[in-house]
Design a protein around this ligand. Structure first.
Ligand SMILES: Cc1ncc(C[n+]2csc(CCOP(=O)(O)OP(=O)(O)O)c2C)c(N)n1
Ligand SMILES: [Mg+2]
Length: 1026
């Protein structure tokens, strides 16, 4: 009987005890009062050892934390409340009191029963539902010491052994599950037996924290089945076959690649059959696409056995001499280690359906891929019109250490129910091998379970003993059913072990000697299952041998073939990206100007609000001003430039999505993309009405949760799905982007090179020195530039017809200074045959600055108009001096190169001082560096002193990026050396900016003074300066 479980692990008790004394293994004991635990022992121990029968505990003294923290007089209070108003209590309690009060004594067979006895029994039942998992047999090694809570002891409720065969009245329930069997009278023994089977076997269910009764009932129905769930022979044969594949794959690699790191799954092999059954069940329930994210552990096994990546290919990747296809023009990037690579596959199910599986490539940074997977899934749902989100599903696999430790797990979980981020539920599988590298759970988390973080989301959590393959398969299927039924997250926690060290060359005995002594002797889950099936007589030894031989011979054959395997063209373009160019295939440069009629038409559409709509007064004015900008064609501001970029991309059929903190209004109150009716609170989004009957989601602007890592990761994943989408993430202030540093470093700047995946994600980072202090001034421009992969000492091919500098760079960093240029750089993201991340240092005070305006004619494609230059209207990588200088200006004594809003301050100062021999050029695109245009300006001013001017401290901003490139450009035309580059800007500094406004103003004034001073500029901040 399952509730005698403790005795089945008796063999290990001695080990447990000595381990806990030694203190080397995590003991997650709860501090429980020691009295009243005796009933367990009276049941489990022989009579002479039995402790005295405890006294019943008065109801009012019952510890009722398991009833979600209500008071200790819970039942009495509940009864009083029910008597006053039956509707004031939960329906289940209403039923309870209805059944009992005034009836119990009259019911046949229960005449000797008190109401309180039945109530106590009910509490015991609920206690199993709430806490049964604490007694479940979860640890295959039987090493984990867990105190069984008093609430699971019948003695706690006053029951004694003599009650075991007494019949108790437990009522007739409308509630599903255990109490719904319509057997109002049962013996305590049969009740306990069922409770133990349901809640304390190889699966520990945590679900009573879910507030929704319908969901709890659904689960109860699945858990508290009349008889325990069993698979039939056919299913068992399939499960065995899958377990053989999973196990032998690892064994094979272990023998063939003894010294290679592969982060094997040994000890957790049941993951593979579990996943496969989960996917089959999901596909049966309508899932067509599954996007998977997972860490290193078991990845090769998942790739081979679940994704069906050709085994020969996997094996060949271990071979240092493996051949790369020598196809000309093949872009191979820098590559990545084999256990980070992604793949995709169309997989048939046992039920005859097909579904598509994609594994997202990820870096070593554990859990960083989580939001990326979710974002990609959401994009799949948008592009396949999967409105109820049942056809596209995300599955995330985690380690126990990383699930508990990494904050991005929480950030990702918290996106799960947000309307613009939900994917209708993610299935999380934790491969809980009870160790993280060398760290025990005791040092790795403060919570009981590594999965506790998911409870905040009301996700059910199924802990399962990883040695019990059928239990693993069962909860995997249940998770799929839950996801498809309730469209919310669910967690499967496979408690297993790690047979070897962290990787195959690591020695686990250094740090976990006692655990590994047990592991050494522990049979594999395959052994355990084989024995079980042999015992049941459902399979014979010959059947098993035949399957094992077949698997062995396929593995060996694939291994042989791997020697001649030639790596195929890397699968870097999924269907949506067909025709897109790799960094080595030249893509045509296109203009981004828009027909003026279209501009007017969409401009009008996005500047009107419905007649009966009452916006805030100030917002009304914003929209009136915008309407005027369109009508007059003059004075278009930043927000208008952006809105026009979005609107024109929408009419061209693209999807536009902008997300980030407070982006709907805009941190600086400039965007007002979502307008709020001041009386009803209704919202109106003008960009949803660019076209008639526009799909509501085609333009999405969405305030996000207060997360950078999670949300940026999500948008990155979103952007990778389909190139016909302009996806933007805006940081509240640029500084906050460093909360998402992993996404910048590991994905955005290097993803294409490592994994051959493109993204056109746009990142808007408010940046600029306006006296707001160290944390609101700098978006850390220098960091983005430092990560640029360009060689600063080599001028790439700049001829317009051969130029693929921008395709070869890893990302673009721009600091646009006009609304029109911002409009064009956004449109350029989509109007090209490749995608490249775009980092925008976006303005703050320029949003309303009187001179930061553009005319509508700079947006159109009319020859002769302001924005039209030699090639047409497009983004200007460099804006030359506004004084209409000719091709040769010998009288200019200084050329000030700068980027961003400091330009306007320099220009104002120049006008104030009436200086006319200084030219100011704006480098709008810093990366890739516009060598051609810089050289053009250098030639225009042959006698000018060359100055780089910036607001940031010398060790920050663009200076260290600009200097070698400017030098290379100068060298290319024989114009001076590196000493000829003069710096004007703030002194080197630890903090990005001063916190004192006065100091800021002085510093800013000094920059302007220096840049305009009549004397030549010496290099400041050096010992040679004067
Ligand atoms: C963010 C991050 N920090 C540290 C590491 C280094 N590291 C690699 S595996 C590992 C242990 C992971 O433990 P767990 O999540 O339990 O997975 P397991 O290896 O046990 O399967 C650590 C610390 C990492 N890869 N990523
Ligand atoms: Mg682990």
């Amino acid at each position: 009987m399952a509730w005698f479980r403790a005795s089945s692990c008796l063999g290990n008790l001695a080990i447990r005890r000595s381990l806990s004394q030694g203190g080397s293994y995590a003991v997650r004991a709860r501090n429980l009062p020691s009295q009243n635990r005796c009933f367990h022992s009276t049941i489990f121990k022989r009579k002479e050892q039995a402790s005295p029968v405890p006294r019943a505990v008065p109801l009012s003294r019952l510890a009722d934390s398991f009833l979600d923290g209500t008071s200790s007089v819970y039942l009495e209070e509940l009864q009083r409340a029910w008597e006053a108003d039956p509707n004031s209590v939960d329906e289940s309690w209403d039923n309870f009191f209805r059944n009992f009060v005034g009836q119990a004594s009259g019911s046949p067979g229960v005449s000797d029963q008190t109401i309180h006895e039945s109530m106590r029994l009910l509490l015991l039942v609920r206690s199993y539902q709430v806490n049964g998992h604490l007694k479940a047999n979860l640890d295959p090694l039987c090493l984990e010491e867990r105190e069984i809570p008093d609430e699971l002891d019948p003695a706690f409720y006053g029951f004694t052994e003599t009650d075991l065969d007494r019949e108790f009245f437990i009522g007739v329930w409308s509630m599903s599950g255990f109490l719904s069997e319509n057997r109002p009278v049962q013996t305590l023994r049969s009740i306990l037996t069922r409770l133990e089977q349901a809640y304390c076997g190889s699966i520990g269910y945590e679900y009573m924290h879910i507030e929704d009764r319908e969901k709890c009932n659904w689960l109860r129905e699945k858990i508290e089945t009349p008889i325990p769930m069993q698979y039939n022979k056919d299913r068992r044969v399939v499960i065995l076959d899958r377990l053989i594949w999973s196990t032998q794959f690892e064994n094979f690699l272990a023998t063939k690649m003894k010294t290679a790191k592969r982060f094997g799954l040994e000890g957790g092999e049941t993951l593979i059959p579990g996943m496969k059954e989960m996917f089959d069940r999901a596909a049966d329930m309508g899932v067509e696409n599954i996007v998977v994210g997972m860490p290193h552990r078991g990845r090769l096994n998942v790739l081979g056995n679940v994704f069906r990546k050709p085994l020969r290919q996997i094996f060949s990747e271990f071979d240092k001499n493996s051949k790369l296809e020598d196809e000309t023009g093949l872009y191979t990037g820098t590559g990545d280690v084999k256990y980070h690579l992604g793949t995709s596959y169309d997989r048939p199910t046992r039920g005859g359906k097909r579904f598509h599986l994609s594994l997202v490539a990820n870096p070593s940074h554990l859990e960083a891929v989580d939001p990326v997977v979710i974002g990609k899934t959401r994009a799949k749902q948008y592009f396949s019109n999967d409105l109820d989100r049942t056809r596209n599903m995300a599955v995330l696999i985690h380690g126990d250490g990383s699930f508990a430790g990494q904050g991005v797990v929480y950030e990702t979980l918290h996106l799960s129910a947000l309307p613009n981020y939900t994917t209708g539920g993610t299935i999380h599988i934790v491969v809980n091998n009870q160790v993280a590298f060398t760290t025990d759970p005791r040092s790795g988390r403060s919570s009981q379970y590594c999965t506790d973080v998911a409870k905040a989301l009301n996700a059910p959590i199924f802990h399962v003993n990883g040695d019990n393959i059928e239990a693993v398969v069962h909860v995997c299927e249940l998770a799929a059913q839950w996801r498809q039924t309730f469209h919310s997250d669910v967690v499967v926690d496979i408690v297993c072990y790690r047979r070897f060290g962290h990787n195959e060359i690591d020695e686990p005995f250094f740090t976990q000697p006692k655990m590994y002594k047990v592991i050494q002797k522990h049979p594999s889950s395959l052994e355990i299952y084989k024995n079980k099936l042999l015992e049941s007589g459902e399979v014979t030894q010959e059947d098993i041998d035949r399957t094992q031989k077949k698997v062995e011979s396929i593995l060996s054959e694939e291994f042989l073939n791997s020697k001649d395997y030639v790596q195929q063209r890397r699968d870097w373009l999924s269907t949506n990206w067909e025709g897109f160019k790799s960094p080595e295939q030249l893509s045509r440069i296109r203009n981004t100007g828009v027909n003026p009629d279209i501009l007017k038409k969409v401009g009008r559409a996005i500047t009107v609000l419905p007649e009966d709509f009452k916006p805030h007064r100030a917002v009304k004015k914003v929209y009136e001003d915008r309407a005027r900008m369109i009508e007059t064609g003059e004075g278009l501001d930043w927000a208008m430039g952006e809105a026009l970029a979005f609107a024109t991309l929408l009419v061209e059929g693209n999807h536009v999505r902008l997300s980030g903190q407070d982006v709907e209004r805009g941190t600086f109150s400039h965007r007002h993309a979502m307008v709020h009716h001041q009386e009803t609170g209704d919202k109106y989004c003008p960009l949803d009405h660019v076209m008639e009957n526009q799909n509501e989601e085609m333009f999405t602007v969405s305030n996000s949760s207060l997360s950078e890592f999670g949300v940026l990761g999500f948008e990155l994943g979103y952007s990778m799905e389909n190139p016909d989408a302009l996806v933007l993430w805006e940081a509240q202030f640029g500084d906050f982007a460093n909360g998402a540093q992993v996404i910048f470093d590991q994905f955005l700047s290097s993803g294409e090179s490592k994994w051959l995946r493109q993204t056109g994600l746009v990142v808007l980072l408010p940046h600029g020195y306006d006296g707001q202090g160290p944390e609101h001034s700098s978006a850390r421009l220098e960091r983005f530039l430092q990560m640029s992969g360009e060689n600063p000492y080599e001028i790439p091919q700049m001829d317009p017809t051969h130029r693929n500098q921008i395709q070869k760079c890893n990302w673009q960093v721009v600091n646009a200074t006009t609304p029109a240029n911002y409009f064009h750089v956004l449109r350029r993201q989509i109007h090209r045959e490749f995608r490249k991340p775009l980092i925008v240092m976006s303005p703050k005070n320029l949003l309303r600055y009187k001179f930061c305006k553009s005319n509508l004619s700079e947006f159109d494609d009319i020859q002769g108009h302001e924005g039209f230059d030699k090639q047409g209207t497009r983004f200007k990588r460099l804006i030359k001096d506004q004084n209409h200088h000719s091709d040769l200006e010998k009288g200019i004594r200084r050329l000030v190169l700068c980027s961003g809003k400091v330009y306007y301050e320099l220009d104002e100062e120049r006008q104030r001082l009436n200086v006319n021999d200084i030219a100011i050029c704006r480098v709008e695109q810093l990366c890739p560096f516009p060598y051609d245009l810089i050289q053009r300006e250098l030639k225009r001013y042959p006698n000018a002193e060359i100055v780089w001017c910036q607001e940031e401290p010398m060790n920050m901003g663009a200076y260290t990026y600009i200097a070698p490139r400017l030098y290379t450009a100068m060298m290319g035309i024989g114009r001076g050396s590196v000493e000829d580059i003069k710096y004007v800007g703030r002194a080197p500094s630890a903090a990005t900016a001063t916190g004192f406004l006065k100091k800021h103003q002085n510093e800013q004034a000094e920059i302007l003074r220096l840049a305009m001073q009549p004397e030549p500029i010496n290099c400041p901040y050096s010992s040679h300066s004067n």
